[in-house]
Design a binder for this molecule. Structure first.
Ligand code: R5P
Length: 316
């Protein structure tokens, strides 16, 4: 069996379209498997391909419904382990529960750590993921994690637009690092929103640190969930004299009132990646979807060949 023959890519049900796109990029058929449900809702998996000795990649963002997609991933890993595959990489373009990454008050869980434990315990040898909510989550795993950034995808898109007097804005302190990197690549100014979160779906803006008057503004974040953070930031920069306002985010969670907030926000364009599937009813005219499949395909190819993954980001 050649090295290429030993590469096998399977998909859970969370985002088969992305897995198929990755396979097309690699010129590789998607592995043959059944991922279904028993009548009582329990997950049922059967791998049809012979994967003994194979280098297996399972593509499954743990996106909503996260409890389902996560358990499906765990059971697929178990299945591949018991089928004597050589190495299993969990390809998790969006890692759910990531925002519960610390004990910021008494008697709360660290769910991100628990998820990492479960993925390792199921038998994963490696994890490949994109824009973790906090990059320290890599340390929750005791197996290697290849952490990719969507920046080359989203930032290249913005670089192709004609932005006048551009400024990049971080909608909260957690996004400063990302915003700083975009600002450097776009030769843009940098501003930071002082956001306060009162509850999961209630945030307010206290202040804007920096100047956006007369600027075309790009607001970047790791995810848009209820869209409260990013649309409040958009309103603030508009009040402070921004000209055009564009949003960029990796993970399109788009839950709760996100669609109406995005539709009503003073925003020209919302640029998102397909780490999570976005159903047609959530594809507003002002939303541009970019694919991370080429990036994931290149990373999978490099992991399979034991080549550097960080080299993908040289110059970024
Ligand atoms: C927060 O720390 C994250 O980076 C995002 O800003 C946040 O999770 C987005 O959530 P929402 O869209 O519900 O405001």
């Amino acid at each position: 069996m050649s090295a290429a023959d030993r590469l096998k890519i399977f998909s859970g049900t969370a985002h088969r379209g992305l897995a198929e796109e990755i396979c097309r990029e690699l010129g590789q058929p998607l592995g043959s498997a059944m991922v279904g449900r028993f009548p009582d809702g329990e997950v049922d998996v059967k791998i049809y391909d012979d994967i003994r000795g194979a280098d297996v990649f399972i593509v499954q963002p743990t996106c909503p419904p996260v409890n389902d997609t996560l358990v499906e991933l765990l059971i697929m890993i178990d299945c591949c382990l018991r089928a004597s595959s050589d190495r299993i990489t969990a390809v998790i373009p969006y890692f759910g529960y990531a925002r519960k990454d610390r004990k910021d008050e008494g008697r709360v869980p660290i769910s991100a750590k628990l998820c990492a434990n479960m993925i390792s315990a199921a038998g994963a040898d490696r994890v490949l993921t994109i824009d973790l909510h906090a990059s320290q989550i890599q340390g929750f795993f005791d197996i290697p994690v290849d952490h990719l950034y969507s920046k080359p995808v989203i930032c290249d898109y913005f670089a192709g637009l004609t932005l006048n007097n551009p400024a990049v804005v971080a909608p909260d302190v957690g996004s400063i690092r990302m915003a700083r990197a975009y600002a450097a690549s776009l030769s843009a100014g940098l501003a930071i929103v002082d956001k306060r979160r009162h509850s999961a779906n209630n945030t307010t803006v206290e202040n804007l640190i920096g100047d956006v008057d007369g600027c075309d503004v790009v607001i970047v974040d790791d995810m848009i969930s209820t869209a409260g953070s990013i649309t409040e930031a958009a309103k603030t920069v508009k009040q402070r004299g921004a000209q055009r306002v564009l949003l960029g985010a990796t993970h399109a969670v788009l839950c709760g009132q996100a669609m109406s907030k995005l539709a009503e926000a003073p925003v020209e364009e919302v640029v998102l990646c397909n780490t999570i599937p976005v159903p047609k009813e959530k594809q507003l005219d002002k939303i541009t979807m970019l694919s991370v499949a080429p990036l994931l395909a290149r990373a999978i190819d490099r992991i399979h060949r034991s080549a550097s993954v960080s080299a993908l980001f040289d110059g970024d």
